[in-house]
Design a binder for this molecule. Structure first.
Ligand code: SF4
Ligand code: SF4
Ligand code: FES
Length: 246
């Protein structure tokens, strides 16, 4: 292989090194067919920078742990093909997710993200135990359909990184926590749906959303947190006038 051809078949990859203070380090990475951005990061860690910190687990779009900023946009890296994000110049710039504290290199601290889930009361409150029969919930019920529409969240925090309001207002619960709250408000089996609604509508909750839809645009699994947040706004106002949840 000639040097010129070898050069054409390499990617030029800038990777953030450090924490808040740091710099981009550039690596020449072999370009392969069907290569993902996570493959690129893994190659760098294995062949060029063994101390590079990053996070992944499943590699198949299920665990939600591999999200990073790629050429300026938050993405899940294990399902993002290099061919879709690198231009003709074969350049990639990989940074940690925005709106979360940095730990090292490409790894961020997800603690504030999950604390917001807790603040939004994003946990199921059971009303039955394992000895009870299963609760009948019709697949045709509008509430079931609304819950189903948001249930496949993989907790990747891509929407959290894409949301400008999260960036401006550290108190804002953000699209993922509010999407989770919306699924619970619509879950007929949950024993504290009003509590979830009140937590989601309190200060820093659904009424802080500016409805600009960046979360929808970036969610890798095609969820629509904006629609759920609009539902929370509507339901919380109805609840105030006494016609919200049963
Ligand atoms: S629609 Fe709301 S939650 Fe979604 S990105 Fe915009 S402000 Fe954030
Ligand atoms: S709503 Fe979408 S982007 Fe946000 S955490 Fe869930 S899966 Fe990720
Ligand atoms: S590594 Fe699990 S979603 Fe990417």
């Amino acid at each position: 292989m000639t040097a010129a051809r070898d050069e054409r078949e390499r990617l030029s990859v800038e990777v953030w090194r450090g924490r808040d203070e740091g710099r981009f380090e550039t690596f020449a990475v072999p370009h392969r067919a069907n290569q993902t951005v996570l493959d690129v990061v893994t190659w760098i860690q294995r062949h060029a920078a063994p101390a590079l910190a990053y996070r992944f687990a499943c590699r198949v779009g299920v665990c939600g742990s591999c999200a990073m900023t790629v050429n300026g946009r938050p993405r899940w890296t294990c399902r993002t093909h290099v061919s879709k994000v690198a231009g003709a110049d074969r350049r990639l710039r990989i940074e940690p997710l925005r709106n979360l504290p940095r730990i090292k290199d490409l790894a961020v601290d997800l603690t504030p993200f999950f604390e917001k889930w807790q603040r939004a009361q994003g946990r199921f409150t059971p009303t039955r135990n394992r000895a009870d029969p299963l609760a009948p919930v019709s697949p045709e019920s509008p509430a079931r359909k609304a819950a189903d529409a948001g249930i496949e969240c993989i907790n990747c925090a891509v929407c959290h990184a894409a949301c400008d309001v999260v960036g401006w207002d550290p108190d804002y619960l953000g699209p993922a926590a509010l999407n989770r709250a919306w699924t619970l408000v619509n879950d007929e089996r949950d024993g504290d749906r009003r509590g979830v609604l009140q937590a989601a509508a309190a200060g820093g909750g659904c009424h802080s959303c500016h409805t600009h839809g960046s979360c929808v645009e970036h969610c890798p699994v095609g969820l629509n947190p904006t629609a759920g947040i609009a539902g929370l706004k509507r339901r919380s106002l109805l609840d105030l006038v006494g016609s919200g949840l049963p």
